[in-house]
Write a protein that binds this ligand. Structure first.
Ligand code: FES
Length: 306
């Protein structure tokens, strides 16, 4: 394997050829913010928050798509870089609801973290704002397109799963948004709610419906569990608050497959202290029923208890 040597913020670093500046910085423990970058999916280079200064290059290149070269000098927090990041954050905040106090992602939002880090309190850019309705048309995922920063991580993650590609960029310019086919609500699309899009969303555009209002991220502890319903080995996280398990969320799918309903629902039944009550359709409406009724065991149980 061939290597290249470079300096990042004056620190000498040697990395294998083909390594991006972002990965080299991370190997050296140097922070560079990212929004659209995800090491598990192809490089994208869309958000530009990861820009760095490299003398000899005309503009500030995005570190997540720029490969290291021999003798390269990189500066990750120069005045020009910080100014560019502040402008990017202001542009994003110009069209992002400032409702952090009630947002489920408060404390777990990269936009919030970076605004804090770079001291961006508000946007100097004013103009038309997006006003999309909330999409909670399905049992698992709430989509708030007004909070979407169009980083495309959900799209690329969904596209990386064979036979999925349920969402993509739609429309143009100011109207660009993430859409399903024909821009239907998620509940009317081919989405199987594997939830990988939620796990990669860096802001509050995609959140877990079953967890809505159940607690702040810093109040929850997480325990990683591996699904045992088949041999794929998908991993989930059991979230608990005050000693009670309140949710099971997907983490990594095994073998690049979508996380299946069997695993997700089965693990909810297994780990949740208060699993959701089963529902049956009666007279055209879903109503909560007992487990005995849902499983058709009422007759048997009544005979056993006589
Ligand atoms: Fe590099 Fe978005 S993280 S361009």
């Amino acid at each position: 394997m061939s290597y290249v040597s470079l300096t990042i913020n004056g620190i000498n670093i040697k990395v294998s050829k083909g390594t991006t500046v972002l990965d080299a910085a991370r190997q050296a423990g140097i922070f560079i913010p990212t929004l659209c970058h995800d090491p598990a999916i192809p490089r994208f280079g869309a958000c530009r928050i990861c820009v760095v200064e490299i003398p000899g290059m005309r503009n500030l290149p995005a570190s997540c798509v720029t490969e290291c070269t021999e003798g390269m000098q990189v500066f990750t927090e120069s005045p020009a870089v910080v100014e560019a990041r502040k402008t990017i954050l202001e542009l994003l905040l110009a069209n992002h609801p400032q409702d952090c106090l009630t947002c489920d992602r408060n404390g777990d939002c990269r936009l919030q973290d970076y605004a804090f880090r770079y001291g961006v309190k508000e946007s100097g850019f004013t103009g038309e704002r997006k006003d999309y309705p909330l999409d909670d048309s399905n049992p698992y995922i709430i989509r708030d397109a007004n909070k979407c920063i169009l980083c495309g991580r959900c799209v690329r993650t969904c596209n990386a799963i064979a036979e999925r590609s349920v969402i993509d960029f739609g429309y143009r310019g100011f109207g660009t948004k993430i859409v399903t086919a024909m821009d239907t609500p998620l509940g009317e699309s081919d989405c199987v709610y594997c939830g990988r899009c939620v796990t990669v969303c860096p802001v509050g555009a995609l959140t877990w419906k079953p967890l809505a209002g159940k607690g702040r991220t810093w109040e929850m502890s997480r325990q990683e569990v591996t699904c045992t319903f088949c041999d794929s080995g998908c991993t989930f996280e059991v979230l608990s608050k005050n000693g009670q398990n309140i949710g099971v969320v997907p983490k990594e799918p095994g073998s690049g497959r979508p996380l299946c309903l069997k695993g997700r629902l089965g693990l909810e039944l297994k780990y949740l202290d208060e699993p959701a009550a089963p529902q049956l359709k009666k007279d055209g409406e879903f109503v909560e029923v007992s487990w005995a009724e849902a499983l058709g065991l009422e007759d048997i149980l009544s005979k056993l208890t006589k």
